[in-house]
Design a protein around this ligand. Structure first.
Ligand code: SAM
Length: 285
């Protein structure tokens, strides 16, 4: 079918592929100090946010990503109280983190305040916990924030970033992971979005190596479908500060007192089982 101006298309050069969404309208366009921010109304995926022409989220499928970048870490840490989110300006991860009653602080450090302002206006359901007294918003560079953080000040750090280009490039680096490790408490867990296992296996391999080099243990990649991201197959990767046996808190995950649409204890365990070629690629060299 021929595509025209009624379609948004994201080309993924490294995958030699493209993904398109049929549009109703463009409803917002803004050049922020950091990136081009656009919001569209689509025909079948609800509202769409793009940054520099790349899909950040749609109404229809963001729940998978947001649940899989938060709950696996929070149900693996024995008692997460202080959570730092780097990036995540759409506030979807923040909302999931705040579903955990034991969390006392959820601090979101987003470089681009306009992303959050746009989310408040166009994705109000993702921002429904923004007034929770446990939420804190910092609009600054996450790399600088973590470098200046007190040692052992967070139980969980979630890196909900854009792709490893531009301001997010440093968020995939060894020095940054080292700073995160310092900022984590003894039982601390780092969680990061880790791109597509099909198109970006080299990025995943580099992330594993960098996390290992900086002293992280139990580096676990979870994979899940995400139809609006390149290849439709995405991943998050978590790692523990120390080699303490943690693992999924099965009972807590099974009896969670809040609703989810994708996450459950069985999905958590299954997502960490890697297909053969990915497991081989990520095995310790
Ligand atoms: N995971 C989603 C994806 O891959 O499409 C991205 C969701 S979220 C909107 C990503 C956010 O990370 C963006 O709002 C961007 O401004 C933010 N970001 C990028 N680099 C950053 C940095 N160095 N510090 C803090 N936030 C950053």
């Amino acid at each position: 079918m021929a595509l025209n101006e009624n379609w948004f298309t994201e080309i993924c050069a490294e995958g030699g592929s493209a993904f398109s969404l049929e549009l109703k309208d463009k409803i917002h366009e803004e050049r922020t100090p950091f990136q081009l921010l656009e919001i569209y109304e689509t025909r079948h995926f609800g509202t769409l946010m793009t940054l520099d022409g790349l899909i950040m989220l749609t109404d229809r499928d963001n729940f998978i990503y947001h649940e899989m970048i938060t709950h696996p870490a929070l149900f693996s840490h024995p008692d997460p109280k202080r959570v730092l989110i780097i990036g995540g300006g759409d506030c979807g991860s923040l909302r999931e983190v705040l579903k955990h009653g034991g969390v006392e602080l959820a601090e979101q450090v987003e470089i681009d305040e306009q992303v959050t302002r746009a989310a408040e206006k166009y994705f109000p359901e993702l921002c429904e916990s923004n007034n929770d007294p446990r939420a804190r918003f910092r609009f600054t560079d996450g790399i600088r924030w973590v470098a200046a953080a007190d040692p052992a000040s967070y139980d969980v750090i979630i890196i909900d970033s854009t792709d490893p280009i531009g301001p997010a490039a440093g968020l995939f680096s060894e020095p940054f992971y080292g700073a995160c490790r310092r900022a984590l408490t003894a039982e601390g867990i780092l969680m990061a979005q880790s791109e597509s296992p099909l198109f970006h296996l080299n990025i995943l391999k580099r992330m594993h190596a960098a996390m290992r080099e900086t002293g992280f243990h139990d580096i676990t990649t979870l994979h899940f479908p995400q139809c609006s991201y390149p290849s439709g197959w995405w991943s998050t990767t978590m790692a523990c500060k120390h080699a303490t046996p943690q693992g999924l808190r099965q009972t807590a995950a099974r009896q969670r007192p809040f609703s989810t649409r994708y996450y459950n204890a069985a999905v958590h365990a299954a997502a960490a089982v890697l297909p053969q070629s990915i497991a081989e690629a990520l095995a310790k060299q």
